[in-house]
Structure formats: structure tokens, C-alpha cells
Write a protein that binds this ligand. Sequence first.
Ligand SMILES: Nc1ncnc2c1ncn2[C@@H]1O[C@H](COP(=O)(O)OP(=O)(O)OP(=O)(O)O)[C@@H](O)[C@H]1O
Ligand SMILES: CC(C)(CO)[C@@H](O)C(=O)[O-]
Ligand code: BAL
Length: 344
Amino acid sequence: MAMAVGVARLAPVSPCPLLSDSSSPLIDWTTMAAPREPEVIRDKAAMRAWSRRRRAEGKTVAVVPTMGYLHQGHLSLISAAAAAASADPVAIVVTIYVNPSQFAPSEDLATYPSDFAGDLRKLASTGVVDAVFNPPDLYVRGAGRRGAASGGAISCLEEAAGDGHETWVRVERLEKGMCGASRPVFFRGVATIVSKLFNIIEPDVAVFGKKDYQQWRVICRMVRDLDFAIEIIGSEIVREADGLAMSSRNVHLSREEREKALSISRSLVDARTGALKGNTDCKQIKNKIVQTLTETGGQVDYVEIVEQESLVPVEQIDGPVVICVAAWFGKVRLIDNIEIDTRS
Ligand SMILES: Nc1ncnc2c1ncn2[C@@H]1O[C@H](COP(=O)(O)OP(=O)(O)OP(=O)(O)O)[C@@H](O)[C@H]1O
Ligand SMILES: CC(C)(CO)[C@@H](O)C(=O)[O-]
Ligand code: BAL
């Protein structure tokens, strides 16, 4: 039975030495309700019925979409969900589904980390998660041939789905560039699965992390353009004590690779410090970050400085921008970012 929840009291910020002004507070769940096992729902119709019952009870339904292998970054989204509807009782749903349509066949779907039992323990410890939606599959699969090729890159889903699923959501401008250039099926898959989750769960609020900055912006634009009656919340990046952005894929880093990967967050902080001191030439900033990451053994995918909402690249930092980085350390592709506003 869902229960009204209080707001997770955020633990005093134990500032990370590198990012003290942008590290996100971790959550002191001990101040929350007693640990409580969330209901596990695996069927789409049951998930929709559960959500409609909560709303009929007068609750705000909040969803936190994830691909599992949960860490504090995910738990911070749950806290944001609880806080978003603090005036009303909220029913919080966390989805755990590794979405095949956002992975190209050449990417790491097969090695994506998973620990559902551990995830359930972490969610229970919060005492505020009412349901976990963990479907075995969310796509119609066909037995027949896929028919005329859709052209362009295909995802792991299309490789396996035959003449099944064929409807896609595209956010045509924001999906281009940065991760859209490196992962040509990623945002089509994300926008499509998030739309499906929204149609199944019918939430009032949905929380996404700014760690995946471009993804967050793509989803905000999709919600605007398709008139979803859903409040989208972007939650700040949660970092390890040494500044590394928490990410499920970090588990694949060797000790040495993890040490080298610290160059990402450190170079972002240095860039922001410099910009606030007047070093606002984007070409110089990007070249310095690329040099730093390369010298520490990273293979840079991209370093871009773009306007925060339009994601349009800028040549000078003069207003709200975000520096977005993607780089490989060993076989692990990491992303991170830092927002800068020289006018604030
Ligand atoms: N360190 C973090 N701080 C804030 N939000 C995060 C963080 N890590 C992940 N999230 C958010 O959690 C949600 C689920 O992301 P996901 O399940 O893919 O985890 P992940 O840590 O991003 O994994 P990976 O990046 O390795 O695929 C997304 O909205 C994502 O932005
Ligand atoms: C939003 C999401 C859950 C969609 O699969 C995924 O892209 C993620 O975990 O960021
Ligand atoms: N949060 C990232 C999801 C992905 O890399 O597919």
C-alpha cells in the first residue's frame, strides 16, 4: 500500500574537494521512514492500473526511469521525486529496464551491469519507493522478417525484433551532435522508451539526472512538443568524494583507469574557474580539456561547449552554457558536464 512520504532530508553536504560548489548532497535515508520493500510490477497493464489507483487516491505519481545497477546518483533522483510533490502525498515508481533500442549492436548492451536484488535492497532502504517497474520486455517482437530496411543505423532491438516494433520518437535538432553523433540510435531509443514508460505509468512528475545532460534536454523538448502533462525535473550530478561522476559503468573501470578518469571532472572544474576569471574563449578551453584527457590516457569522444537549453555550440562563454565531455578510459565510455553562467 503506497504511503504518503515526507521529503528526504538531505545529508549535510560533504563537499567533494574538487566540486564543492557543484557537488550534490547525498541523502541521509536514516531520517526517512523505516525501510520498506517496494512492490515489484512486471506487467504493463498492472503497472498502468497501479498508477491509476494511486492517482484516484489523490496521490501525485512520480517516476524515476533507470537501467538499474543503482547508486547514490539514482537515489538522489528519488529524493528529488519525493521533494517535488512535498505538498501532496506522492507515489514513487522507479523503473528498471535496460532498453535495447538505445544500444547499437556495437555497443555494450551485453555487458551492461545488473544486480536486481541489490537494487531492491537499496530502494527498500529509502523507505519512500512504492513500486519498481521491472518488465521483462517492453517491445512487440515479430516472427517475420523486418521488411524494408528503415535505412540508417539500427539498434539491438531491431536486430532481434523482426517485423515487430516499428514506431519511433525523434527529437530532431537536440538529438544531433555530441552523444547523438557518437551513438546514432541512442536518442531515438531513449525518446521512444521514455514515451512508452510515460504512456504506461502516466506520471505527473518524472526525474532525470543532469549527468546525462543532452538526454535530459531531449526529454524536456519531447514533453514540450508532444504535450505530455508531466513535470520534468533535472537533478544535479552526484559525484564520488574525489569528483568522479557516479555512473553504473564505473564498475568496469580498473583502479588505474578510474584514477585517470578523474581528469574529466578536474578539467571541467578548472575550465569553469577559468571562465569565471574571464578565460571565455571556447576553442582554447576545449583544446586544454582535450589535452588534459589525452595526456592522462583518455580517448576523447567529444568536448563541446553549448548553450544550456538549445545545445547550440558557442565560441565565447557569455551566458548560461554547459561544457559536455565524453571520453573512453579503457573500454569504458564516460560522460560528464559542468554548467557555467558568467552572468550570474
Ligand atoms: N551521478 C549521477 N547524478 C545524477 N543523476 C544520475 C547520475 N548517474 C545516473 N543518473 C541518472 O539516473 C538515471 C538513470 O541512468 P542509468 O540507469 O543509465 O544510470 P547511469 O549511472 O547513467 O548508467 P550509465 O551512465 O553507466 O549507463 C538517468 O536520468 C541518469 O541521468
Ligand atoms: C532514461 C533511461 C532510463 C531510458 O532507458 C536511460 O537512458 C537512462 O538510464 O539514462
Ligand atoms: N544513462 C545512460 C544510458 C545509456 O548509456 O544507454
